[in-house]
Design a protein around this ligand. Structure first.
Ligand code: ATP
Ligand code: MG
Length: 438
């Protein structure tokens, strides 16, 4: 196979712009807030003569005063050199090789050698048959291959300074989400970056810089060129983020929502843009409040809440109302499959979401008749189904449901868990108390 260098993502890589270096007294990152194991890895690399930087999201979060989810490390040491320094470590990936350093308690610190271009561009090059050993790069190239300016900062363990090649520090201070490099070009190169821009705007509350926003609106449909599992993993993260309502607003306004979920644009046409936007964001706002309160919710719950907002005004959904207690699980599964096309989920997860959604109809029925039948409240999914129902009620500005168990106000008894069956993580008791049930 022909050996040539992969296409370089940005021509301005070769500008000889010097980074801005922010010395320790001029920024707020303290070693106290850096994970102990990440510090050990940084120091060992430095003590062996390598550059050792904290990179990406962890620097951003530390500067914002948040606790980072993970502490990623960038270095000029090659994977084999990193591996030699850490007894408990492993090189992962065939071509894009990272090193995982293992610590007690199962903690993993990811160390990667500075690279010339993004994972996506590397993968593309490989797919096109372009092979090269030249995937590694300078710290500067590693900064420019990243997505947003606020994600392109480095923290240097050698002198505790921040190294900024991309203007990330100014954008962090001003509260701006901006792509590194020209937005159109960067989004066309990897359209998932549009979803990442919207995510970080929602999470940080920063405003999206006009050229970046314009490029997202213009190229929203290009997200369909990305691998489906990759896009699914992105939006699933956003549903659980605690900032899902703002995220959904940006997704709808930019056109990304309709591009990611083709059924959403059809529903929006039927229901009207404003009505659709207000119910979806209103519903997710309630979910965000639960996340902020620390309520434990199953993965199925997040999906059901997202789907219920979209389904609520649909005539096909409304026609499922019944004159008796009935779980329209079959019809709901059909509507759900259409709504979440083309994304795939495990059957067990899909079933659980369908159960939560179809439980809305028996809840409606019991609410209307004022009699809470045991077969409704004794279902394993009832506590979450009721929380879901009350989220919708609050979003619509209607009264929440308070369940009066029939048969002398008996508490639902605990049911035995069937082997192998995934149970809702919220206990019945917790949901009953949440909703003020006697
Ligand atoms: P989170 O708090 O969700 O982990 P993060 O910014 O750390 O946010 P990761 O998915 O962990 O997100 O990615 C780590 C870093 O890798 C990012 O900060 C960014 O610099 C870079 N990155 C991730 N995805 C892309 C992409 N598609 N294109 C360019 N750079 C990317
Ligand atoms: Mg991260």
């Amino acid at each position: 196979m022909a050996k040539c260098a992969p296409p370089v993502e940005e021509s301005f890589l070769f500008d000889d712009m010097k980074p801005v270096v922010i010395a320790r007294p001029d920024h707020c990152i303290s070693r106290k807030n850096i994970d102990r194991e990440a510090l050990k890895v940084l120091y060992r690399l430095k003590d062996h003569g390598f550059l050792a930087y904290l990179v990406g999201g962890s620097v951003r979060d530390l500067l914002l005063g948040k606790t980072p989810k993970d502490f990623d490390i960038g270095t000029n040491a090659r994977p084999e050199e990193i591996k030699r320094l850490f007894h408990y470590s492993r090189i992962i990936g065939k071509r894009f090789r990272l090193v995982h350093v293992y610590f007690k308690g199962g903690k993993i610190i990811e160390v990667s050698t500075f690279r010339r271009q993004s994972d996506f561009a590397d993968r593309e090059a490989l797919r096109e048959g372009i092979e090269s050993d030249d995937i590694y790069g300078s710290p500067r190239e590693d900064a420019f291959r990243r997505d947003l300016t606020i994600n392109g900062l480095f923290y240097n363990i050698a002198d505790f300074s921040i190294i900024d090649y991309v203007g990330g520090m100014d954008d962090l201070k001003a509260g701006i989400i901006r792509t590194i490099g020209e937005p159109e070009r960067r989004f066309l190169r990897d359209p998932v970056r549009m979803m990442r821009a919207v995510r970080h705007a929602a999470r940080t509350g920063f405003r999206i810089e006009p050229a970046t926003w314009q490029a997202i609106c213009t190229h929203a449909d290009k997200i369909r060129l990305c691998a489906i599992p990759r896009v699914r993993d992105e939006w699933l993260k956003d549903l659980r983020s605690g900032a899902s309502s703002i995220w959904a607003g940006y997704m709808i306004d930019s056109g990304l929502m309709g591009a990611v979920f083709p059924a959403f644009s059809r529903i929006m046409e039927k229901v009207g843009h404003e009505r659709f936007r207000s119910i979806v964001t209103g519903m997710l706002k309630e979910v965000d409040l639960l996340v902020k309160k620390g309520q434990e919710l199953s993965d199925a719950f997040y999906l059901a809440a997202f789907a219920l907002g979209a389904l609520h005004y649909l005539p096909q959904w409304q026609s499922l109302a019944s004159q008796r207690v009935r779980w329209p699980t079959y019809e709901v599964r059909f509507l759900l499959d259409d709504l979440l096309m083309p994304y795939d989920f495990k059957k067990a997860d899909r079933d659980l979401v369908s159960q939560l959604l179809s439980s809305q109809w028996p809840i409606e029925y019991c609410k209307a008749t004022g009699r809470w039948q045991k077969r409704v409240w004794s279902k394993a999914t009832f506590p979450e189904a009721l929380i879901l129902h009350n989220c919708l009620m609050r979003a619509l500005g209607e009264a929440e449901v308070v369940v009066q168990a029939s048969g002398g106000g008996k508490r639902p008894r605990k049911r035995r868990r069937k082997r192998g069956r995934k149970r809702s993580r919220t206990s019945k008791k917790a949901a009953v108390q949440e909703d003020g049930t006697k």
